[in-house]
Ligand binder design. Structure first.
Ligand code: IVH
Length: 681
C-alpha cells in the first residue's frame, strides 16, 4: 500500500469503528460482533503504529487512555455551572408551577427528564471536536478531566452533521449497575475496598490520575443541557434532539408536558419503574422548554427559575438490629453484617444490611437491639442510615468489635490506616482456606469448572483439600463415593451430593487440563493480596517467570506499570511465607506453568544485536510492552533492572529518581523515545 492508500484505509476504519462505537455505546444497538470490531480495531492499531504521522485524534484507538495527570488543571467555566432548586414535595412543585404561571403570560411547555445520579460534566466542542471536559468544581471553576473523559466510549470525539462552531454541552457521567457490580466484585477479589455506590465510583474514576485505568471503568454519559451563542433552536427539547443527531447520548425518556398533571404522571411512572433502568436516578428534572421564557424567568442567586428537580424519597424502613455476624473473606478481612428483623422495603424483604467496618458502626453508635432506619438507594445492598436513639432501651451496650476470629479463634489485627480487621491465620482459618481454593479454581484463574464451592467444601471437610497443591494429589480412589448432605437455598432444602464415576472423571479431567493454564493466570490464582487479574498479567509479562518475581525487591516491583508500594509489599510478604513457597514448589512439581511461553519473536532487523535495554517510565504513544517487543524484534535484549550490564535505559515520563541516579552513576546512556526510534529506523 502506498501512503495514500494507507490514509484512505485508516479513514475508512475510523469511520466504521466510530459508527459501531455509536451503535453500541450510544444507541445500545450493536450491529456487528465484538470479534469483528476488535479485528478492525487491531488493523487500525497496526497501521497507526506503522505510520504514526497518520494518527488521528478521533481514532477509537485513542480511547484507551495513556495520559497521566498529577494534578488536574483548574479551568474557569465559560458559563457558571449552576445547580437546580430541588424539592421532595408535591406541594412545592405545585408552587413552582404557580410561580411560572404568574410570570409567563403565554402558553408554555415543560420538559421532564430523568435526574441522573452521577457526576456533572461540561464538554466544550469547537468545530465538532471535543476540546475540553470540566467538572463542576465550585460552579465557577472545575477540574480539567479531558484525558479521562475521552476514554468514555459514548462521548463523541468528533461530531457529525451541522453542529454550531463552538458550544458547550453538559450532562452527567454515570456508572451503570452492571458495570458497577462487576467492578466492585473485582475490587473485592483483589482485596480493595468496594465503592459504596455508583456515584462515588463514577466520581472516583473521573479523578484518577492514569487515564488508562479510567478506560477500564465502564462509565457512560447522558447529556441534558446545551449552552452557546449559535444553537439551532430557541428551545431546550428541540436542541437536545438535534444534539442526538450530532452523536450525543440523549435520553429517550425525555418528554414534553403541557400541564402539571402530565408532569406528575411522568414522576409517578419513573418512581416505580426506575429500578428497571439499569442505572441510578434520584428524581425528575422539570424544565420550561422555551429559551425566551427562560429569559423572562431568570435566575435566583443559585439556580434558574425555569427548572426544578423533584427528588424521589429514598425508600426507608424501620427494623430492629437483632445481631451482627462477622464474615471472614479469602484474604482474612473480617466484615460485619447486620441481621435485621425481616422488613418489607422497595418490593423485597430485607433481612441483612451491610455494616462496612468498625468505624461505620462506631460513628453511628449502632448497638444490638436498636431500632434502625434501613434505606435502599437504587438496587444496591440496603444500608443502615440511622439509629432511633430515643427509642433505645437502657440495657444496651456500646458496640465492640470482636478481638478474635469467629472462625478459627486467632487474634485479629488492624493495620495502620486500614478500616478493616484481619485474621492473620491465612494457612489454617477455614473460610480463608476455602476462599483461596475457590479463587484458585475460578474461571479467570485455573478455570477448573468441574469443581465449585460446594465440592470444595466437601473435599475440605473430608480432609482431602487444604491448599491448592492438594488438588493435584486427588485421585480416583479418594474421590469415588464421597458423600455429603448440603443445605441449599433460602429454605435450606437438604440435598445429597455424591461423587459418581462421571463426576470424578470430570473433576480429575478439569484438574489435569488446568496444568496448561498460562503463567499469568497461575499467578493470579495464587491469591496474593492485591494481585488481581490485571496486575498478575503485568507482573507475568515483566518478570517472565516466578523465579524472577520472587527475587524482585520493592524498589524493582514498583517500576512495573500499575504496581504501587502496597501491592509490592504484599508480594514480598507472600513470598516470605515458607508455606507459600512450599505450595509453589509442589505445584511446580505437578507441572503447572510458572513461566511465560516464550514465543520466538520474528526479527525485523539486528541493529540492536548484543545490546541490553531497560525500559522505564511512561510513554505517550507506546506501552512499555510494545517497546520491549520492538527491542526484541530488532535483535536487542530486555532486562528488568539497571546494572553494569545495561547498555541503554529507554526513559519515558515519570521514570523513578532512583533509577535515573543509578543509570547516571553507572554512566549508562539514558535515551528518549525519539533516540530509540532513530536507532531502529
Ligand atoms: S439541568 C442549570 N438536567 O442534577 C441547570 N441537571 O442539582 C442545569 N442532573 O447540576 C442542570 N440530571 O448535575 C439537569 N436531566 C438533568 C439532570 C441534571 C441530573 C444533575 C446536574 C445538576 C444537578 C441539579
Amino acid at each position: 500500500m502506498d501512503i495514500r492508500q494507507v490514509e484512505k484505509r485508516i479513514d475508512e476504519l475510523i469511520e466504521q469503528l466510530n459508527l459501531h462505537n455509536h451503535n453500541y455505546y450510544v444507541l445500545d444497538q450493536p450491529t456487528i460482533t465484538d470479534f469483528e470490531f476488535d479485528t478492525m480495531l487491531q488493523e487500525l492499531n497496526c497501521l497507526e503504529k506503522e505510520y504514526p504521522a497518520l494518527l488521528r485524534f478521533d481514532s477509537p484507538t485513542q480511547r484507551v487512555g495513556g495520559e497521566i495527570i498529577k494534578s488536574f488543571k483548574q479551568v474557569k467555566h465559560t458559563y457558571p455551572m449552576l445547580s437546580l432548586g430541588n424539592t421532595y414535595s408535591e406541594e412545592e412543585l405545585k408552587d413552582f408551577d404557580s410561580r411560572i404561571q404568574k410570570l409567563i403570560v403565554d402558553d408554555f411547555e415543560y420538559v421532564c427528564e430523568l435526574k441522573y445520579d452521577g457526576v456533572a460534566i461540561g464538554l466544550t466542542y469547537e468545530n465538532g471536536v471535543l476540546m475540553q471536559a470540566v467538572t463542576r468544581g465550585d460552579g465557577v471553576q472545575g477540574d480539567d478531566v479531558t484525558a479521562n473523559v475521552k476514554t468514555i466510549r459514548s462521548i463523541p470525539l468528533q461530531l457529525k452533521g451541522d453542529y454550531p462552531e463552538k458550544f458547550e454541552i453538559r450532562g452527567e457521567i454515570i456508572l451503570p449497575h452492571a458495570g458497577f457490580e462487576k467492578m466492585n466484585n473485582e475490587r473485592i477479589e483483589i482485596g480493595e475496598e468496594a465503592f459504596a455506590n455508583p456515584r462515588n465510583a463514577a466520581s472516583g474514576s473521573l479523578k484518577m490520575q492514569d487515564s488508562k485505568e479510567v478506560a477500564h471503568r465502564p462509565l457512560d454519559c447522558y447529556l441534558y443541557f446545551l449552552l452557546g451563542e449559535n444553537l439551532p433552536y430557541n428551545s431546550h427539547y428541540e436542541n437536545l434532539l438535534k444534539a442526538k443527531e450530532w452523536g450525543f447520548k440523549i435520553s429517550n425518556y425525555m418528554v414534553k408536558c403541557s400541564n402539571l398533571d402530565d408532569v406528575f404522571d411522568f414522576i409517578n411512572y419513573w418512581n416505580k419503574e426506575r429500578t428497571k433502568l439499569g442505572f441510578d436516578i434520584d428524581g425528575i428534572v422539570i424544565k420550561v422548554n422555551d429559551y425566551q421564557q427562560w429569559k423572562q424567568l431568570g435566575f435566583t442567586a443559585k439556580s434558574p427559575r425555569w427548572a426544578i428537580a423533584y427528588k424521589f424519597k429514598a425508600e426507608k424502613a424501620i427494623s430492629t438490629l437483632l445481631s451482627i455476624d462477622f464474615q471472614v473473606g479469602r484474604t482474612g478481612t473480617v466484615t460485619p453484617v447486620a441481621n435485621l428483623r425481616p422488613v418489607q422495603l422497595a418490593g423485597t424483604v430485607v433481612k441483612r444490611a451491610s455494616l462496612y467496618n468498625v468505624d461505620f458502626i462506631q460513628n453511628m453508635d449502632i448497638r444490638i437491639g436498636d431500632l434502625v432506619y434501613v434505606e435502599k438507594g437504587g438496587e444496591i445492598i440496603p444500608k443502615i442510615v440511622g439509629v432511633l436513639i430515643d427509642k433505645r432501651s437502657d440495657n444496651t451496650n456500646c458496640f465492640e468489635f470482636i478481638s478474635t476470629c469467629p472462625e478459627c479463634g486467632s487474634e485479629l489485627i488492624r493495620k495502620d490506616g486500614e478500616a478493616a480487621y484481619f485474621c492473620q491465620n491465612e494457612n489454617s482459618c477455614p473460610p480463608q482456606i476455602k476462599g483461596k481454593l475457590s479463587h484458585f479454581i475460578h474461571r479467570k484463574a485455573m478455570n477448573i469448572d468441574s469443581l465449585g464451592e460446594g465440592k470444595i467444601e466437601m473435599l475440605f471437610d473430608n480432609a482431602l483439600l487444604n491448599d491448592a497443591a492438594d488438588l493435584y494429589d486427588l485421585n480416583y480412589e479418594n474421590l469415588i463415593g464421597l458423600e455429603k448432605i448440603i443445605e441449599s437455598g433460602d429454605d435450606k432444602k437438604q440435598k445429597k451430593l455424591s461423587f459418581q464415576e462421571k463426576t470424578v472423571a470430570n473433576i480429575l479431567n478439569g484438574i489435569e487440563k488446568s496444568k496448561s493454564v498460562g503463567f499469568e493466570r497461575v499467578l493470579f490464582a495464587l491469591g496474593i493480596r492485591y494481585v488481581g487479574e490485571t496486575v498478575a498479567k503485568k507482573l507475568a509479562i515483566h518478570y517472565q517467570n516466578i523465579d524472577n518475581l520472587m527475587l524482585a525487591s520493592v524498589d524493582d516491583l514498583i517500576t512495573v506499570d500499575e504496581i504501587g508500594e502496597k501491592i509490592a509489599e504484599s508480594i514480598i510478604a507472600f513470598f516470605a511465607n515458607k508455606k507459600n513457597i512450599l505450595i509453589i514448589d509442589r505445584l511446580r512439581a505437578k507441572g503447572l506453568q510458572f513461566a511465560m511461553f516464550t514465543e520466538a519473536v520474528d526479527l525485523i532487523s539486528n541493529v540492536l544485536e548484543g545490546k541490553s535495554f531497560v525500559v522505564s517510565g511512561v510513554f505517550e504513544q507506546f506501552s512499555r510492552d510494545e517497546l520491549k517487543l520492538a527491542i526484541e524484534q530488532n535483535g536487542g535484549k530486555n532486562i528488568a533492572s539497571i546494572s553494569s550490564k545495561t547498555d541503554y535505559v529507554l526513559a519515558g515520563e515519570k521514570m523513578g529518581q532512583e533509577k535515573r541516579k543509578k543509570a547516571e552513576t553507572l554512566k549508562i546512556p539514558i535515551i528518549s523515545i525519539v533516540d530509540f526510534l532513530e536507532m531502529v529506523r
